[in-house]
Design a binder for this molecule. Structure first.
Ligand code: FE2
Length: 169
């Protein structure tokens, strides 16, 4: 990575492309996108002195949800994935804990849909992997782990039917 200023410029280009492809979106703030406010808090600075996320990245038409938010659409919970249960099969465990279908990211090396049923209902836990290139220097922190990111895309048809499509690049 060249330096923080150039990295920001490169990131802005990528965000612009995503915004063009998806002019309307719900964005769930994660641990990485919360870094500026986390750093400000560490220094004892109020979050109010920061430019808000939507303005910073030019995201007109997007709804930005705060960190740890649960967005519920058609009885399916969408969350970043850095809360609730973690470890292997985290989305599945969260679906059981909520007894509601759960879609989450955060855990780069997991992807898939696992169902759980009792006598009355059936829910799924969907782990959507991520969209990162693990060979990029920004991902150097993951070099020590054997499991690598799975680039994938999740599609939810209903609270009962969902698919994850892995994408090998
Ligand atoms: Fe995350």
């Amino acid at each position: 990575m060249p330096n923080p200023v150039d990295e920001f410029k490169q990131a802005r280009k990528q965000v612009k492309a995503l915004h063009k492809a998806f002019p309307r979106a719900d964005y769930l703030t994660g641990n990485h996108s919360a870094l500026p406010s986390r750093q400000a808090a560490k220094l004892g600075l109020p979050e109010d002195i920061l430019v808000d996320f939507k303005t910073l990245w030019g995201l007109e038409g997007w709804t930005i949800h705060p960190r740890y938010a649960d967005l519920v659409i058609d009885d399916v919970i969408y969350r970043h994935g850095d809360k609730g249960k973690g470890g292997l099969m985290a989305a599945y465990k969260n679906a059981i804990a909520e007894f509601k279908s759960v879609v989450q990211g955060h855990l780069h090396a997991q992807a898939g849909v696992v169902y759980h049923a009792n006598g009355k209902d059936c829910v799924f836990g969907m782990q959507v992997g991520c969209g990162v290139d693990h060979n990029h220097p920004a991902m150097n922190y993951g070099k020590v782990y054997a499991a690598k990111p799975i680039v994938s895309c999740g599609v939810v048809y209903s609270p009962k039917v969902a698919f994850v499509e892995p994408m090998f690049m």
